[in-house]
Design a protein around this ligand. Sequence first.
Ligand SMILES: [Zn+2]
Ligand SMILES: [Zn+2]
Length: 368
Amino acid sequence: MKKPPLIWTNILLFAITFLGAVILVPWYGITYGYGMAEWVAFVGLAFASGLSITAGYHRLWSHRTYKAHWSVRFLFALGGALALQNSALHWSSDHRIHHKHVDDNDKDPYSANMGFWYSHIGWMLREYQAQRYHDYKNVRDLQNEKIVMWQHKYYLPLLIIMNIGLPALLGWLNGDVWAMLLMAGLLRLVVVHHCTFFINSLAHIWGSQPYTDKNTARDNGVLALFTYGEGYHNFHHIFENDYRNGILWWHYDPTKWLINAMAWTGLANNLRVTPQERIESAKLQMQLKKAQHKVTQLANHEEILEKIHAEYELLKTHIADYYQAHKELLEAKRKQLTTHQLMQQVEHLKQELLARQKQWKSLTTGFA
Ligand SMILES: [Zn+2]
Ligand SMILES: [Zn+2]
């Protein structure tokens, strides 16, 4: 089959910036040196542009997981231009298709089934899906947003102002324009490019699948460190409307922390969270599947399978009972009708659930 035509603007952009970052940046450092200001600007702008993609393009505009004040949306539009990953409108359109048709090589714009190179960067180097390139039907809601459309219209001047104008200004203030252009402009751009591209490539290849195996998305705590918290991609693909990706307190998810901080200061609201019961059920189902798979290789598997199924059903009812009681308790609290008896009942169910979970764990890990 004939390959689609190359997109030379993208090829030159990625090639020149990459070569510049690996050759010019160290050469200038060895010859003239970089100061503290350049390093601080590098880290600062890396977070500003990276978080504009993850908290802005991704969790706000693509998935609508929360609502944000116009000033925040304006900053995300500028930060998104700084990240140089196309306009928020275009990015979100691509991303919604990615979720809808994940791993489908004909429809998913960066299908992981096409391999690492394609899902990382290759998909942007040829006109693979040119027929839908200007089709923004799946982002009609965003077309009603003034800031999104303003950024889309003035994307080219904005990216020049943000990627060259801003570092040049910082460099002029600091007394070394070239050093700042190289560190806060060029190196920062290339690093953030590849870190965010990892979400489409590595986060669909490397890691675990605790919630679903219906797609290639993985959970990976190490990758979260490089992707502003988006490494918990298996969770994200099953619960895409959740503003969090890392759901446990120790999960590294600075995008979630930023959204939380904005909520505390009143700049964000309507944060959407998946009910814990649904998360537990998804996890349990995957554990059952994995245990079944392991057990079928054993000689006496029928008997063990029966035991696992019985325990699974028991645990499922316990989960349902506990979360139902928990919901009733919250409702009672809201109406200020909490009774000692109700609280005791919830606590009792919780202890029972914990015991059952322990039992389930020892039963299923025994076959690992
Ligand atoms: Zn994905
Ligand atoms: Zn997503």
